[in-house]
Design a protein around this ligand. Structure first.
Ligand code: MG
Length: 482
């Protein structure tokens, strides 16, 4: 195994202090170590929309740290979450595979995510980013929301992470009925009271607080993340920081409550932005920023049903739960000073690409007995080349609703979830949009492009044939509450 770059740096420093000749390590050895063992930080937020950050066009939410991260790094404008709701999206991120391949996708009229009464979770046969990096000697930590199974065999500590600190599922679960009966959804979340949601806060496999004090949760996740970076500064490390917010119910610490120009939701995003600044600051303080890939993205689009407590997808159509762009196109920012050439990228990317990219960066072999839907983004990130995806598949539960192929997107079915006009429709002739000129999916151009529709139908047929039936994890429940 290569010595980590920071161990090498520290060795060099002490050699210089002792007046030794620096001959033990060649420049090439240092470069190889840096090349193969960079630190990796993935910051994953919950239900934040494409339009919720200053750098993605929000007019009143201030996000100076994310704006700076985007300016110094690479901002993707065609970046997708693996799915339009929480658990499937996280399965896609962690495995580099569409969640339908791991059974982490709703089925029929069944549940669309895991719940406190779920008995399923991400199968052990799946290889997570943490397991890929663990094989290379990385220290690994998960901080925040997990939502890939809360039973011991599914927790982060069983999926390649050395440690875990967080709420194992969504922050609106374990509702305390007598406290939450005031109305749903209009007044449900208006007055934040942590006692309304009896969610557990866990350290590794143990519950350490219940209900979790959500008012300080973003702050405490941040402190935990910074502590991990400071402790593991000799690297290499993988930090997965998955905020429970801005998923409803909203909470913010006293330092941020009532401080933004964009209401409660703005307060929450601005605290997350502060958190990003703390993490990037910790990397810089430890002289690690030029040897660390940091990725910031969201698990799905904004939960529009909750109005001003949900975010915005900006100019994109609809939000969480749907297969319109607002449901799955999210901010995607990659940061690695000196390695990633700053810019705004229109190539198509996905959070499923993080695993193959990290595997390529670390010379890791992936299992060859499965299909990976993510692709290695290294050519785009590090070499200034074109790359990313030609196709994006949009699922709602087990159904392939839409397919993007290059500039075009065909909707075979549409359903505007979580809205008053929640109508499911199958289209004999798919709706077709050119997303490069019509990101809001307003102008159906199907009649002009039968050839494109035929090509996309062919892609969809081949894709469906590649999906092998597996056991569904969301339909497995236990008859008691966690
Ligand atoms: Mg979510």
């Amino acid at each position: 195994m290569f010595a980590s770059i920071n161990k090498i740096k520290n060795t060099l420093k002490s050699m210089l202090i002792l007046g030794c000749a620096v001959t033990a390590l060649t420049v090439g050895e240092i470069a190889t170590a840096q090349e193969n063992q960079p630190n990796v930080v993935v910051i994953f937020v919950d239900d934040m929309g494409y339009g919720d950050l200053g750098t993605y066009g929000h007019p009143t939410i201030r996000t100076p740290n994310l704006n700076q991260m985007a300016t110094e790094g690479m901002k993707w404008t065609n970046f997708y979450s693996p799915a339009n709701v929480c658990s499937p999206s996280r399965a896609g991120l962690m495995t580099g595979r569409l969640p339908i391949r791991s059974g982490m996708q709703g089925d029929g009229e069944g549940l669309r995510v895991l719940f406190p009464f779920s008995a399923g979770g991400l199968p052990a046969t799946e290889k997570t980013i943490a397991e890929v990096l663990k094989d290379k000697g990385y220290a690994t930590a998960a901080v925040g929301k997990w939502h890939l199974g809360h039973l011991p065999q599914f927790l982060p500590t069983s999926q390649g992470f050395d440690s875990y600190f967080g709420i194992p599922y969504s922050n609106d679960m374990n509702q305390v009925q007598e406290l939450t009966k005031a109305g749903y959804p209009d007044t449900f979340f208006e007055e934040p009271d942590i006692r309304k949601w009896n969610v557990p806060l866990m350290r590794d496999e143990k519950i350490v607080e219940r209900p979790a004090d959500q008012t300080t949760i973003t702050k405490r996740y941040t402190e935990e993340a910074v502590k991990f970076i400071n402790q593991k500064k000799d690297g290499p490390f993988f930090l997965y920081l998955a905020h429970n917010l801005p998923h409803v119910p909203l909470f913010a610490s006293n330092d941020f409550l009532g401080t933004s120009d964009a209401g409660f939701y703005g307060d929450v995003i601005e605290e997350i932005d502060w958190s990003v600044g703390q993490v990037l600051g910790a990397l810089k303080d430890n002289d690690l920023d030029d040897n660390t890939l940091v990725v910031f993205t969201s698990d799905n689009g904004p939960w529009l049903m909750f109005k001003h407590h949900g975010g915005t997808a900006g100019l994109l159509k609809d939000g969480k739960g749907t297969t319109y762009e607002g449901g799955m196109r999210v901010p995607g920012i990659f940061h690695w000073p000196g390695k990633i050439k700053p810019g705004v990228i229109h190539d198509i990317g996905s959070a499923m690409d993080i695993l193959p990219t990290v595997a390529a960066m670390t010379n890791s072999d992936l299992p060859d007995d499965r299909i990976y839907d993510g692709v290695d983004l290294s050519p785009v990130l590090f070499e200034g080349k074109e790359g990313g995806h030609e196709t994006i598949f949009y699922y709602r539960r087990h159904e392939l609703m839409a397919v993007r192929y290059g500039d075009f997107k065909a909707h075979f079915m549409t359903e505007s979830s979580y809205r008053d006009d929640n109508e499911y429709a199958v289209h004999a002739t798919p709706y077709l949009y050119n997303l490069m000129v019509d990101p809001s999916e307003k102008y159906n151009i199907a009649a002009d492009h039968p050839d494109v529709i035929a090509a996309i139908r062919d892609i969809a047929t081949k894709h469906k044939a590649s999906v092998r039936p597996v056991e569904n994890q969301f339909n497995k429940v236990v008859d008691f509450d966690f």
